[in-house]
Design a protein around this ligand. Structure first.
Ligand code: ATP
Ligand code: MG
Ligand code: MG
Length: 348
C-alpha cells in the first residue's frame, strides 16, 4: 500500500495516522519534537527540524503524498518536499491561511463577509485604523496565533499603546469586534475529482481562548445552515482544495461572518468520530489519496468536550458514563492549557 507523509506529530497527526492505518495505508510522521503523540500510531517517525534538508528529502522520498496537521510549516521545507512528492492541501491554501492579512483579503475578495480589518505595520496605521474601524476591536498577530494567543482587545483608542506592546513587534492586523450571538464551524472536504462534502456545522464554545465544546446540531436556521455549507464549498473550490478544512464562522443577525480557515482537520470536527460513518480524519485521508469522499452524514446528536490539563483527573469518572466515547492522545506530561484528549457524548 501507499505511504502517507504527515508533517506534525501532535494529536491531529496521531488521529490521521490511525485513520490511514484503517484504510490500509502506512504513515510516516515528520516531527521536530521528542516523543510526539503520533509516534505510537505511525509506522515510521522522523525526528528532525524543518531546516534539515537532508532529513526532509529522505522523508519525502519515503512517501507517496504529504499532508500536515498544522499550517505554519516553513516555506523552504515545503519547497524541498514539493520537488519530490505532492503536498495536499496545496501551497496556495497554506500561503493564504498562514497570514491573517492574506486570509481575510482572500475571503473578502471571494465576496464573503469578514470583520472589518486593517494591516497594522506601525502606530500610525493603528491610529488610522481605529478611526475607520472604531472600538471595541481586536489586534491580532498576522502569523502563528492559536488558542487566542497573540491577541489584544481594545475597548477604546486609549488602549492602542498597550495593545501594540502586546504584539511584541510582530506584524499585526486590527479587526473590528463582531457582535455575534454564537460561533459555528463547518468541516468541509474536497477531493481531486472536485467533489465537496461538508459535515453538519458544529456550535463552538471557547473557554480561556481554547475550544471547550462543540455541539451538533448547531443553533442555526435551515437558511443559515445552507449558507454555511455553501460558503465553505466556495472557499474550497476557489483554492482547488484537496483535503479537509475547518471554516470558523460568527453567527450574527446580519448573517454569517467568516472568522478564519484552517487547511487541515480541526478540533471542532472531532465529534465526527462518533457522529458519522466516516469521520473527518478518514475523510482527509480519502481526499489526499484520491479516494471518493465518504459518507459524512450526521447519525446522532453529539457534544464534544475537550479534556484540557487537569481534566485528565476526570477520566476514571468519564469512563463510567454511558454514551460517552473517550479519545486520549497519550501525552505523558499534563500541563495547564494542554489538550490531553476529548470525549464525545452521543445522544442515546
Ligand atoms: P484558534 O485556536 O481557533 O486557531 P486563534 O488564536 O486563531 O484561534 P481566532 O479564532 O481568530 O484566534 O479568535 C479566537 C476567538 O476570539 C474567536 O473564536 C472568537 O471567540 C474571538 N474573536 C476573534 N476575532 C473576533 C472578532 N473580530 N470579533 C469578536 N470576537 C472575536
Ligand atoms: Mg486560528
Ligand atoms: Mg479560531
Amino acid at each position: 500500500g501507499a505511504t502517507i507523509g504527515i508533517l506534525g506529530g501532535g494529536q491531529l497527526g496521531r488521529m490521521l495516522a490511525v485513520a490511514a492505518a484503517r484504510l490500509g495505508f502506512r504513515s510516516h510522521i515528520f516531527e521536530p519534537g521528542a516523543n510526539p503523540p503520533a509516534a505510537d500510531t505511525a509506522h515510521a517517525l522522523t525526528t528532525a527540524s524543518y531546516e534539515d534538508t537532508a532529513a526532509l528529502t529522505r522523508f519525502a522520498q519515503s512517501v507517496d503524498v504529504v499532508t500536515y496537521e498544522f499550517e505554519n510549516i516553513p516555506t523552504a521545507a515545503l519547497d524541498v518536499i514539493e520537488a519530490i512528492v505532492p503536498i495536499h492541501p496545496g501551497r496556495e491554501a497554506l500561503r493564504i491561511s498562514q497570514d491573517r492579512l492574506t486570509e481575510k483579503t482572500f475571503l473578502q475578495e471571494l465576496g464573503l463577509n469578514v470583520a472589518p480589518f486593517a494591516d497594522i505595520p506601525d502606530r500610525a496605521a493603528l491610529d488610522a485604523a481605529l478611526v475607520r474601524i472604531g472600538t471595541p476591536a481586536i489586534l491580532k498577530t498576522r502569523r502563528f496565533g492559536y488558542d487566542g494567543k497573540g491577541q489584544s482587545r481594545l475597548q477604546g483608542p486609549e488602549d492602542a499603546e498597550r495593545a501594540l506592546r502586546d504584539m511584541a513587534g510582530a506584524p499585526a492586523i486590527l479587526e473590528g469586534f463582531v457582535d455575534f450571538s454564537h460561533e459555528v464551524s463547518v468541516i468541509a472536504a474536497r477531493n481531486a475529482a472536485g467533489d465537496v462534502a461538508c459535515f453538519d456545522p458544529g456550535e463552538n464554545v471557547h473557554r480561556d481562548g481554547i475550544l471547550h465544546t462543540t455541539t451538533v446540531p448547531a443553533t442555526l436556521s435551515a437558511g443559515q445552515r445552507m449558507d454555511a455549507v455553501l460558503l465553505a464549498a466556495k472557499i474550497l473550490n476557489a483554492l482547488d482544495y484537496i483535503g479537509v478544512m475547518g471554516v470558523e464562522l460568527f453567527v450574527t443577525s446580519g448573517g454569517l461572518i467568516v472568522n478564519e480557515i484552517a487547511p487541515r482537520v480541526h478540533n471542532s470536527g472531532h465529534w465526527t468520530q462518533n457522529g458519522c460513518t466516516v469521520d473527518q480524519f478518514e475523510q482527509h485521508i480519502r481526499a489526499v489519496t484520491g479516494w471518493p469522499l465518504g459518507d459524512g452524514t450526521r447519525r446522532t446528536d453529539v457534544v464534544m468536550e475537550n479534556l484540557i490539563g487537569d481534566d485528565m483527573d476526570r477520566v476514571p469518572a468519564l469512563a463510567r458514563e454511558a454514551d460517552t466515547a473517550i479519545h486520549l492522545y497519550g501525552k505523558a506530561e499534563v500541563k495547564p492549557g494542554r489538550k490531553m484528549g476529548h470525549v464525545n457524548r452521543v445522544k442515546r
